[in-house]
Structure formats: C-alpha cells, structure tokens
Design a protein around this ligand. Structure first.
Ligand code: SF4
Length: 388
C-alpha cells in the first residue's frame, strides 16, 4: 500500500462568478450538487483502495477549496472528512482547512464546522472597500466580510486566514494598509495577499483588452506589495511564501506540503494530484466528472511522469517563492549535474544581491520577492543552457 497524507477537495460551485476568476466553478445548483457529492464519495472510495495514510496525526492535512466550499451544508463536509479518515486510515487531521466566502457563513455555521473537524478557516475577504468589492464582482460587502471574521473568532476558531487582493484598478495603498490593519487588530493569524492577475477568458480580461479598464503599473503594484509587507512584518508576520504571511507557527501546512514537493491526492473536477513523480488531474467539467464516475470510469483526464528536468524546474520555481529558498545540492542531485554548474549560474544572482547564500541554501532577498517567478525561470533557463 502506498502512503499519502495530504488531501485536496475541490468544490466546484459558487453563488455567482466573480469578474476576475479563472478557477473552475459553476453557479450553485442543488440537484447537480447532490449528484456531485455522490460522485466525489465514489472517487474517494475507489482511489483509497490503492493508498494508505497510516495514522499520521501530526502532519495530515485536508483542504476544501473551490469554488466556494462553504456553500455546502456542514453535514456533507463532515461526511467527506469521515470518509477520507476511514478509507485512508487517518487518525485525525492536524490541519483541516475550509475556504469560505463571507455571504455563506455565520457563527452557527462556523460552530458546526468546528464540530465537523474543520480547524482552520480561510475567508475570501479580498478588500474592505465596497467600491472595490463591487468592481471585482464579489457578492459580499465589507461589513459582511468583517462579520464573517468576527463570527469565526466567536465560534472559537483560532487559526483563521484571510485572502486579500492588491493591484486592483482604482485601489490605493492607503486602502490596502487600512484593510490589513482592520484584520491584524482581530488577531487573525494568516494573510494571503495576491496581486490581481488578468486571466484569459474572464470578463476582466475582455474589459482590459478593449481599454475599458486600465491595470495599475508594475511600480504601483510593487509599492502596494512592499508597503503591506512592511506593515505585516512590523506586526510580527513572517512572509514565508511570496503571497503568504503568518504569525510564527501558523503557516499553512497543506500548502507547504505542495511547495515542498510532498505527495497529495486531489478529488473533484479539475483537482490535481501528485504522487512519486507522477502528476495528474481530473476532468474539468462537473457534468463529465459525474458521468464518468456513474459509469464506473476514472475521472482522470491527464497524467504524466515528471522527467528530471521538469522536477528540477518545479523545485526551483516553487522553492524560490519560499523564504527558506532551496538547497543547491538537492537541486543539482535532481538534475544529476555537478553542483558547481549550478553555483556558477547562481553566482551572478548572489553578486547582484537578488539572492543570498547561507551554507548550501540560496533564497531571495526580501526586496526581490515579487520577482521570484521571473528569477526562477531565468535560473532554470541558464542551467539548461549550460548543460546542453
Ligand atoms: S468566489 Fe472565488 S472561486 Fe468563486 S467565482 Fe469568486 S473568486 Fe472564483
């Protein structure tokens, strides 16, 4: 039996689609949701026959993402957690996260979620300005967002994360700082802080293409990011990943498992999985997902074994986003190259103070965090050029 301890559940429904969103989700429909849950349980049950988690209480995680997982009733969430625990032999989850949107929660619902085994709540606040929320196409307002945070606290959740978006047209640095201040004073332990990206096929992309909406410049975006970083750092938050900040001990263990190359299983439409150098994902369409499982077929749509070059690229891309950086020795071993080749490429990034070196580890200097993806891509390209 194989061993797995990290689980992702994709709930593909939302009340309404946000203007900027490219995640796979449909508008909620109770009949389809019921069929989806039956299929999801089938997928979990069938997959479990090949794996075993083995009672690893300390570091087993489950993450309900989406979509809007809080759209489901609590009994369904509890059933899914119980099914995974029993089928994968998990004694308990050390971290069980549920993503929520402010309009679909209450103190009562949060209490039920705690009883169902959820111990970490991630709330999609995005902004505390009603004009900005309206621009984004969110269906909640700022008061509902703060009420949701307060309700989670009142229900006894200690580990609460809030998502914020910056780089929104019309948004000011002062607004962002004010929003984060209102969250910090509530003793929220974790903040995810993402730049608004214009994703292909979204209504936002169409408006940007026609010139109806003009996105902020990269300088404005950087100013917003670094001013928020400074505020959070002064409040004791650690910027442990480019877009993620937490008080010490409250880093998201589930996401750290992804970023550190751990094995995980994803269930639901469009869910991704990774196990021992193999990654795969399910069909995107909820209808096809349901149909396949009802016919006894696999919902898997794509599967590949990663080559050493792909593993190397993934290792650098993911690890350079982490404050802890990457081990040069491990990276060289993945690609089976002499470690000196890698050091020769890294030398100029270190000399130009983009990165620093500590023993075998290299990481980005704080002021270059926002450039992580570009620098990682450059390192990979230069290493490949060296060994060609
Ligand atoms: S609530 Fe989240 S997943 Fe749903 S449409 Fe909005 S951004 Fe996308």
């Amino acid at each position: 039996m194989l061993d797995v301890r990290h689980f992702y559940i994709h709930i593909p429904f939302c009340r309404r689609k946000c203007r900027y969103c490219a995640f796979y989700s449909l508008e909620y429909n109770s009949a389809m949701s019921a069929q989806f849950i039956d299929s999801l349980k089938q997928e979990i049950y069938r997959t479990s026959k090949n794996y075993s988690g083995g009672s690893v209480y300390e570091n087993s995680t489950i993450f309900f993402g989406g979509g809007t997982p809080s759209i489901l009733d609590t009994k369904t969430i509890e059933e899914i957690i119980s099914l995974i625990r029993s089928e994968f032999d998990i004694e308990n989850f050390s971290e069980a996260t549920l993503e929520c949107n402010p309009e679909s929660v209450s103190k009562n619902k949060f209490e039920q979620l705690r009883n169902a085994g959820i111990n970490r709540i991630s709330i999609g606040v995005q902004s505390l300005d009603d004009v900005i929320l309206n621009f984004l196409g969110r269906i909640h307002n700022s008061e509902q967002a703060l009420d949701a945070v307060d309700a989670a606290i009142d229900a006894g959740f200690e580990n609460i994360s809030t998502d914020f978006i910056f780089g929104i047209p019309g948004q000011t640095q002062q607004q962002i700082i004010g929003d984060i201040d209102k969250i910090i004073v509530r003793n929220v332990k974790h903040i995810s802080f993402y730049s608004l990206t214009v994703e292909k096929g979204t209504p936002l992309a169409k408006s940007v293409a026609t010139g109806e909406i003009i996105m902020p410049s990269s300088d404005e975006i950087a100013e917003q990011y670094y001013s928020a970083t400074e505020l959070l750092s002064n409040a004791g938050f650690v910027n442990y990943e480019v877009s993620n900040f937490s008080l010490p001990g409250y880093e998201c263990q589930h996401n750290l498992a992804y970023w550190n190359g751990g094995n995980y299983l994803g269930f639901g439409p469009a869910a991704h999985s990774f196990y021992d150098n193999r990654r795969w994902h399910n069909v995107k369409s909820v209808g096809e997902y349901i149909a396949r499982l009802q016919m006894g077929k696999t919902p898997m749509d794509f599967s590949e074994i990663l080559s050493s070059a792909e593993r190397f690229e993934e290792y650098i891309m993911l690890r350079l986003r982490l404050a802890d950086g990457f081990s040069v020795k491990t990276a060289a071993e993945i690609l089976s190259i002499d470690v000196e080749i890698l050091w020769s490429v890294l030398k100029k990034f270190i000399e130009s103070e983009k990165m620093f070196k500590k023993g075998d580890v290299v990481a980005l200097n704080t002021e270059n965090r926002l450039l992580a993806d570009g620098i990682a891509a450059k390192i990979v390209e230069e290493v490949f050029d060296e060994i060609e």
